[in-house]
Design a protein around this ligand. Structure first.
Ligand code: GLU
Length: 361
């Protein structure tokens, strides 16, 4: 009856708030009813919910003017408490326990931290507790922030081997023009091999959340390339979640079909680790061809032309071609000093082993 056994659902701030910025309790309650229905039918659900900052804003009046960081910290501290309490009470009415997981980008930066986070969510799921995640906005500031919760949800869907990631927003999906233009239509399906559609997508941001359609599109492409179906749909629509996951669903949305190849757990982690990169490795055309060829290939010293930055063995680095186009990311087998020494040499061990290499298509 349902298409998936485990799903990640991201709910955006605009779905959870009214026009005046206050929390829309009717909407939260309706979404909890839908999630409870799926949970009771045996689907494992990981929820990534925004709305902390938005709901905090309507709670407090600040004296004077606060800078961006302070206001985010203040509003999220109050708003997250309010938000999780609402979820807790609504799920309790269904006899379901939920738990709060707050994270930061930094705490997913090393493989050990990442696996620790994964363990936390796995034990919750094993015990039928619904994890409700958000970024810990009280301590994650500036460069070390997630771009938005779309980025976080992509990482979590990959981490938890979800079969699908559903991104609920206040629009029906991705349009081939501006959503306000009557001539624009929803793009119903994006195939893994389809060309880049970024040019069609409107770049304006949502009013309460940080994300926009373009980040949703980019995350969706990346996550579906990892073998996870991504669905962008309108979270304000009646009964949208059961409609989306049932077999033969005709619900209006944009579906990014998963690439058949899929990738290993460690590659999924590496693919979302771009922003933790400590250095850059530039490679020649021969190495580029080998990496993108049919056969699985590792990055060897002979193909490297330049190494930038200071990194340790096992750190994440970005890989570029000789014209500066980023090709992917990988975990290095040597520190930066040793890698520099090995540039251009033949017959050495791989600088980045194939198993720890993620290439953008
Ligand atoms: N973490 C933010 C919040 O809960 C939302 C970030 C976003 O808009 O994606 O308010």
């Amino acid at each position: 009856m349902f298409r998936f056994g485990r799903i990640a659902i991201k709910i955006g701030s605009n779905v959870l708030t009214r026009k005046d910025g206050t929390l829309d309790l009717t909407r939260i309650s309706a979404l909890v009813d839908q999630i409870a229905e799926l949970h009771k039918k045996g689907i494992e659900i990981i929820l990534i919910s925004s709305g902390a900052v938005a709901s905090g804003k309507s709670e407090i009046r600040v004296k004077g003017k606060l800078d961006n960081v302070s206001s985010r910290q203040l509003y999220s501290a109050v708003g997250q408490a309010k938000l999780i309490n609402r979820y807790y009470d609504f799920f309790k009415e269904h006899g379901i326990a939920c738990g709060q997981v707050l994270t930061t980008k930094e705490s997913l930066g090393t493989r050990r931290h990442y696996l620790n986070q994964k363990n936390c969510m796995s034990v919750m799921l094993e015990n039928k507790v619904i994890p409700i995640m958000n970024e810990n906005d009280t301590i994650s500031v500036t460069e070390l922030m997630f771009t938005d919760n779309d980025e976080l949800s992509g990482m979590i869907a990959a981490m938890m081997n979800a079969e699908a990631l559903i991104i609920l927003s206040n629009v029906e999906g991705i349009y081939n023009g501006s959503p306000d233009d009557p001539k624009s239509e929803i793009i119903p399906v994006v195939e893994p091999s389809q060309k880049d559609l970024s040019d069609y997508i409107q770049t304006s941001r949502s009013s309460f959340g940080r994300g926009g359609m373009i980040t949703k599109y980019r995350i969706a492409r990346k996550v579906s390339d990892e073998g996870i179906e991504v669905i962008i749909a309108n979270g304000k629509k009646e009964n949208i979640l059961p409609e989306l996951v049932k077999k033969g669903s005709t619900a209006v949305c944009t579906r990014f079909l998963p690439s058949a190849k899929g990738i290993s757990g460690v590659k999924k982690w590496i693919s979302h680790s771009d922003s933790f990169a400590k250095g850059e490795i530039y490679i020649n055309q021969g190495a580029k061809q080998a990496l993108f060829g049919e056969k699985a290939s590792s990055l060897l010293p002979v193909g490297i032309i330049e190494v930038k930055g200071i990194f340790e063995k096992d750190d994440i680095v970005k890989i570029f071609d000789d014209s500066g186009i980023q090709l992917g990311v990988g975990r290095v087998g040597f520190d930066s000093l040793k890698t520099k020494e090995l540039i251009g040499q033949k017959g050495n061990k791989p600088i980045i082993h194939y198993d720890y290499l993620y290439l953008e298509q």
